[in-house]
Design a protein around this ligand. Structure first.
Ligand SMILES: Cc1cc2nc3c(=O)[nH]c(=O)nc-3n(C[C@H](O)[C@H](O)[C@H](O)COP(=O)(O)OP(=O)(O)OC[C@H]3O[C@@H](n4cnc5c(N)ncnc54)[C@H](O)[C@@H]3O)c2cc1C
Ligand SMILES: *C1O[C@H](CO)[C@@H](O)[C@H](O)[C@H]1NC(C)=O
Ligand SMILES: *[C@@H]1O[C@H](CO)[C@@H](O)[C@H](O)[C@H]1NC(C)=O
Ligand SMILES: *[C@@H]1O[C@H](CO)[C@@H](O)[C@H](O)[C@H]1NC(C)=O
Length: 417
C-alpha cells in the first residue's frame, strides 16, 4: 500500500512539509482553500537555521537565490527616533549559524516552494495541489477530511498546516483555543526602491534602501522594521503599533487583512523624523494586520492528525520566526518519517508524531514566549513564561539548531546530565 499524506493548507508550512515528505511510494496531496492567486505584498525573512534547511537539506539554494530573489541580510542597524544610528548587529560574521538570514517578497518564497513541491525533478511523485478546496471536517481516527463540496479525501497522515485560524485544531484539542489579539497591530508597506530614489533623496542619503541590512527604528510603543527584498527592487516596512484605537472585535476571525489609514499611521509615528515618515505615502497598499498569537498548545496531534506551523504555534513576528518555525516543523516530519515507506499503522503514526512533538515543543514554545515578550519590552506581565535570555543570546539559541533529531538527543543529554 502506498503511503498517502494529505496536507490541509498550502502556505509555507504546507508546501515545505510536502517537500520534506516527498519520497518513493508516497502520494501527497495539498488542499488549499484559496486559488493561491493573490498574496499580500509583504517581506518575510528566514532565519539562518531555516534557510540552511531549505538550502542544504532540501537542496533549494539555487532556487532561493534565483527564482525567489533572496536578499542575504548582512545585519541589523538600529536607529533612535532622532534618526541616529545607535547600534549595529552584524550577521554575516556569524559563521556558526551555518546559514544566512534571508529576506524575501513573501510571494516569491511561496511560489518557489510550491514549484519545488510539484516539480517532477525531485524524489518521489510530484505533490498534487488542489486549490479552491476548503476543508470543513476531519476524522483523525479514520484519516479523512471533508471538503466544502462534500468530497472526502483519505490519507494515512493528515497534516493540519492551515494557519492561525486552523479548522483542524479543534480535532486535536478538546477545548478549542483560538488565536487572541495581543494588543499589537502591524502595518505592512512595500515601496519600489526606484520610487524612493526619485522622490525621497533625504531618506536614501541616510538609509540606502538597496543595502542588504534590516533597519529598525524603535520608539517607546511603536517601531519600524525596514529592509530590501526581491533582489533590492522593493523596500518593505513593518510598522508595529499598539492597537488600542483600532476598535476591533476581539471575537472576529479576521486577522491581518484590514486596510490601514495613512493619516492614522502618520499620527502614530509623529515623533519620528519626517524624512522617514514621508516615505509611507509611496506604498501601494497599506495592509493593517492585527497580530494574534497562541499560548503553547498542550498537544499537536491526535491519532492520524498533526498540526504544524501557525496552526500549532502562531507567534508574534517580533523575532521574524513564524515561517522559520514552520520550516523546522517540516524538516522534523521529513526526518522522523524518513524510513516509513508502506502505509503505517495508526499506532506507529502516533508514536512518530509524539517524537516530533517532543523534539519540537520546548524550542517552539520558547520562541513563541520570547516573541511575545519582545513586543512589550517594559511591561511584560505573563511572568510565568518570562524568558531571561538577552537578545544576542537568544539569536544564538534561535540559530544554533541542527534539526529535530539532534535537538532531541541534545535535550535528552542535558536533562540527564
Ligand atoms: C505582520 C507579520 C509579519 C511577519 N513576518 C514574518 C517574518 O519576517 N518572518 C517569518 O518567518 N514569519 C513572519 N510572519 C509569520 C509567517 O507569515 C507565518 O508564521 C508563516 O507563514 C506560517 O505559515 P503557515 O503555513 O503555518 O500558515 P499560513 O501562511 O497562514 O498558511 C495557511 C494556509 O492554509 C490555508 N487554509 C486555511 N484554512 C484552510 C482550510 N480549512 N482548508 C484549506 N486550506 C486552508 C490558507 O488559505 C493558507 O494558504 C509574519 C506574520 C505577520 C502577521
Ligand atoms: C542551525 O544552526 C546551528 C548553528 O550553526 C546548527 O548547529 C544547526 O544545525 C542548524 N540547524 C539546522 C536544522 O540546520
Ligand atoms: C532510518 O534508518 C537509518 C538507517 O538505518 C537510521 O540511521 C535512522 O536513524 C532511521 N531514522 C529514523 C527516524 O528512525
Ligand atoms: C510498526 O512499527 C514496527 C516497529 O517499528 C514495525 O515492525 C511494523 O512493521 C510497523 N507496522 C506498520 C503497519 O507500520
Amino acid at each position: 500500500m502506498p503511503f498517502r499524506i494529505v496536507i490541509v493548507g498550502g502556505g509555507i508550512a504546507g508546501f515545505t512539509a510536502a517537500i520534506a515528505l516527498r519520497g518513493p511510494d508516497r502520494i501527497i496531496t495539498v488542499l488549499e482553500q484559496s486559488r493561491l492567486n493573490k498574496e499580500i505584498g509583504a517581506l518575510i525573512s528566514l532565519q539562518p537555521n531555516a534557510s540552511r534547511i531549505v538550502e542544504s537539506i532540501w537542496g533549494l539554494k539555487e532556487e532561493l537565490h534565483g527564482d525567489a530573489r533572496a536578499i542575504v541580510d548582512e545585519g541589523f542597524r538600529i536607529y533612535n527616533t532622532d534618526g541616529r544610528l545607535v547600534n549595529t548587529v552584524p550577521l554575516l560574521s556569524k559563521k556558526e549559524y551555518g546559514g544566512d538570514r534571508l529576506c524575501f517578497h513573501r510571494r516569491d518564497l511561496h511560489d518557489t516552494l510550491k514549484k519545488a513541491a510539484v516539480s517532477p525533478d525531485r524524489e518521489g511523485d510530484p505533490v498534487v495541489v488542489r486549490t479552491a478546496s476548503k476543508v470543513v471536517e476531519c476524522d483523525p481516527s479514520k484519516g479523512t477530511v471533508t471538503l466544502e463540496s462534500g468530497e472526502i479525501v483519505t490519507g494515512d497522515l493528515i497534516i493540519g498546516a492551515d494557519g492561525i485560524h486552523s479548522a483542524m485544531r479543534k480535532h486535536v484539542l478538546d477545548a478549542e483555543p483560538s488565536a487572541l489579539p495581543t494588543g499589537h497591530s502591524a502595518y505592512r508597506l512595500m515601496i519600489p526602491c526606484e520610487v524612493l530614489e526619485k522622490e525621497e533623496p533625504e531618506f536614501c542619503s541616510k538609509i540606502n534602501p538597496r543595502d542588504p541590512f534590516t533597519s529598525m527604528m524603535v520608539a517607546h510603543n511603536c517601531r519600524l522594521v525596514m529592509g530590501p527584498g526581491r533582489n533590492g527592487e522593493v523596500y518593505g516596512i513593518v510598522a508595529l503599533v499598539p492597537d488600542e484605537q483600532m476598535n476591533e472585535d476581539p471575537n472576529a476571525k479576521q486577522s491581518w487583512v484590514a486596510e490601514g489609514e495613512l493619516s492614522k499611521m502618520l499620527a502614530t509615528f509623529s515623533e519620528y523624523p519626517s524624512w522617514v515618515t514621508s516615505i509611507f505615502k509611496h506604498s501601494q497598499d497599506l495592509g493593517l494586520w492585527q497580530l494574534r498569537d497562541l499560548d503553547p498548545l498542550e498537544k499537536w496531534h491526535n491519532d492520524r492528525l498533526i498540526l504544524i506551523g501557525d496552526a500549532a504555534h502562531a507567534m508574534l513576528p517580533t523575532q521574524g520566526q513564524g515561517a522559520s518555525q514552520a520550516i523546522e516543523d517540516a524538516e522534523a516530519l521529513g526526518s522522523f518519517f524518513e524510513n516509513i515507506t508502506d502505509s503505517p499503522s495508526s499506532e506507529n503514526i502516533s508514536k512518530i508524531f509524539e517524537e516530533i512533538f517532543q523534539a519540537r515543543y520546548s524550542r517552539v514554545s520558547l520562541i513563541q514566549a520570547y516573541s511575545r515578550q519582545a513586543a512589550k519590552p517594559a511591561t511584560a506581565t505573563d511572568d510565568n513564561k518570562k524568558v531571561t535570555m538577552k537578545a544576542d543570546e537568544f539569536m544564538d539559541y534561535n540559530c544554533m539548531y541542527r534539526g529535530a533529531k539532534l535537538w532531541k538527543q541534545q535535550q535528552e543529554v542535558s536533562s540527564t546530565a
